[in-house]
Design a protein around this ligand. Structure first.
Ligand code: URA
Ligand code: SF4
Length: 204
């Protein structure tokens, strides 16, 4: 089963968002608070695609509003990209987690969940028609470019794809938060901002 059955005829972004709120195409709706749909202008030039909402996003119902989102916002600003002008979404629209004490710990979505949720993302891409698509992290990059894609070696490079004019991937902002030392974090963050600047120069 995939979300295809839930896609409304002649969709608009707001119709899609409303339909996605009712999606039960995989089991993740049972543990998430709500569907976290993409957000941004209908004619955004750049679309960023993350993995799935985190704890804060699940509660707020909005993508990238937690710690990774805060880092992402600041990095965009440093790169000269207005967050309000970009469309931000995820390959999977529900938060997958397991309990650890009182905390909800992020769990990677599996192939079945990614496949089930894909029609939402495909519809978002079809409607927004961004000139640039940027995958944040391996889950999004491998979902779009195939399992052989390696963010570690291919980040920042242009990917040949018919999804958009300029298609690329970089690291996920939460990987920067997990860097083993302040120095590594600083370095990783700077590389991330460089990747974002390259995108701005290419299409904005
Ligand atoms: N990580 C993601 O991949 N997406 C979000 O929306 C938040 C954190
Ligand atoms: Fe539907 Fe995606 Fe949520 Fe699964 S994760 S229930 S496919 S919106």
């Amino acid at each position: 089963m995939t979300a295809e059955a839930y896609i409304p005829p002649r969709p608009t972004l707001s119709k899609l968002r409303a339909a996605a709120a009712e999606c039960k195409a995989c089991d993740l709706w049972k543990i998430g608070t709500q569907t976290v749909f993409g957000e941004g202008p209908a004619k955004a030039v750049v679309m960023f695609i993350g993995e799935q909402p985190g704890d804060k996003e699940d509660l707020a119902g909005r993508p990238f509003v937690g710690p990774a989102g805060a880092l992402f916002d600041k990095a965009l600003e440093e790169a000269g990209i207005d967050r309000e002008a970009v469309y931000v979404t995820n390959v999977v629209k529900h938060f997958k987690w397991e309990p650890r004490g009182k905390r909800r710990i992020h769990k990677k979505p599996n192939g079945e969940e990614i496949t089930a949720c894909r029609p939402w993302l495909d519809s978002e891409i079809r409607l927004v028609k961004p000139r640039a698509i940027v995958c944040l992290g391996a889950t999004a990059a491998q979902a779009l470019f195939g399992s052989k894609f390696r963010v570690s070696t291919q980040r920042g490079q242009r990917v040949l794809s018919d999804l958009a004019e300029y298609v690329t991937a970089t690291v996920h902002p939460s990987s920067i938060l997990r860097a083993p030392s302040d120095e590594a974090r600083h370095e990783e963050r700077a590389r991330f901002v460089e990747d974002l600047k390259r995108i701005r120069k290419a299409v904005l």
